[in-house]
Design a protein around this ligand. Structure first.
Ligand code: NAD
Ligand code: TDX
Length: 342
């Protein structure tokens, strides 16, 4: 199978590429990524020289580039991870979120239509359902829960989801959508809660907890998300949405304290700061559909996954320290432009 994976230099996309290349060594993978601040080409360094992997630097909003790539490569599937993904940044400046997350998705789908790609998979998020109250643990997000977004980020993801379903209904484009809960694991950009708190704790800096720290997220180890997407791409029903989550709800303060304990650092580092605007209180996914239809269940418990993740950040200090210093942005120059690869 030949896969076009967009956003593969980011957190989940890179893990998905590693998952594919390891599980299906006969498959071909092309990664299209703009290398925004969130894209780190050095993350992909172990696969860059494989004969069945190709990296292309480019913007999913660039129609000409996307059409040329799809026409030349004729992938069997397009899996779209490319997105602006950080809620706080969307509150500062929504416009880039609308461009990449909505317009970019439509450009990819237009190319998929034009070249009759067999599957377009959209990687979406549980945030499109809005939030749930803290005092109703019985409530979960189902695939037919109405979209009810809070931030410019989640609104742009919901807009893309609506467009994906419109392309299915109007043009018969063979689409699927996955809506996953919060991921954690290796290569997550240190602006998101877990890697940010690990990095701050290791640097003995204050850990900024928004509001009262009682907001709840439903955490899933990234490899379990990758397996779910792979199953949906190969066996999921066209035109369907699949929720992905592992019934693993924790509030932010619990996570932060756990990280401090694991690293042997003092809780005095915790610093409560002004809350995020429009801050969603609780996310919780019902994954019954993907379990019943595709047999998916998460394999990594939170206890194991968080320990492994913390250990990974300890062993890969250089990876996140070069991000924090800005040095990682020179990697493309060094690996591609200086070597005349493009
Ligand atoms: P990320 O921010 O780590 O990575 C995004 C990647 O997309 C980066 O490599 C970036 O360079 C690339 N990109 C951004 N704009 C682009 C453009 N215009 N053209 C080409 N490439 C572009 O994000 P992530 O956390 O890996 O999330 C991946 C996808 O999964 C997103 O669509 C996100 O909405 C979704 N998602 C994330 C989570 C989570 O917990 N992180 C949970 C559910 C769904
Ligand atoms: O410094 C912080 N302090 C803090 O208290 C940060 C960065 C976050 N938080 C809180 C806000 C949230 O309640 O931690 C929680 C998690 O925050 P993020 O890591 O920013 O994730 P979230 O807003 O939940 O969104 C994530 O999950 C869904 C991803 O970033 C999205 O891309 C995905 O769709």
């Amino acid at each position: 199978m030949k896969h076009l994976v967009t956003g593969g230099a980011g957190f989940i996309g890179s893990n998905y590429i590693f998952y594919l290349l390891e599980k299906y060594p006969e498959d071909k993978v092309i990664c299209l990524d703009k290398l925004t601040y969130a894209g780190n080409l050095s993350t992909l360094k172990t696969v860059l020289d494989l004969p069945n992997f190709k990296f292309v630097k480019g913007d999913i909003c660039d129609r000409e580039l996307v059409y040329d790539l799809v026409e030349n490569e004729r992938p069997d599937v397009i899996v779209n991870f490319a997105a602006e993904s950080h809620v706080d940044r969307s509150i500062e400046d929504p416009s880039i979120f609308l461009n990449t997350n909505i317009i970019g998705t439509s450009v990819l789908m237009d190319a998929a239509r034009k070249y009759e790609i067999k599957r377009f998979h959209q990687v979406s998020t549980d945030e499109v359902y809005g939030d749930l109250p803290l005092d109703r643990p019985d409530l979960l997000f189902h695939e037919d829960t109405p979209l009810h977004t809070s931030s410019p980020y989640s609104s742009s993801k919901a807009g893309a989801d609506l467009l994906v379903m419109a392309y299915y209904r109007t043009f018969g484009l063979p689409v699927t959508i996955s809506r996953c809960s919060n991921n954690y694991g290796p290569y997550q950009f240190p602006e998101k809660l877990i890697p940010l708190m690990i990095a701050k704790a290791l640097n003995e800096e204050k850990l900024p907890v928004y509001g009262d720290g009682a907001n709840v997220r439903d955490w899933l180890y990234v490899e379990d998300h990758c397996e779910a997407i792979d199953l949906i791409v190969r066996k999921g029903r066209i035109g369907e949405v699949y929720n992905v989550g592992g019934h693993n709800e924790r509030n932010n303060l619990t996570i932060v304290k756990l990280i401090l304990e694991e690293l042997g650092k003092s809780e005095d580092l915790i610093h409560f700061v002004t809350d995020r605007k429009g801050h969603d209180r609780r996310y919780a996914i019902d994954p019954t559909k993907i379990h019943n239809e595709l047999g998916w269940l998460p394999k990594t418990t939170f206890e194991k996954g968080i320990k492994e993740t913390i250990a990974w950040y300890l062993e890969h200090r250089e990876w996140w320290q070069t991000i924090m210093s800005g040095e990682y942005q020179n990697y493309y120059q060094k690996m591609y432009l200086d070597k005349g690869r493009v």
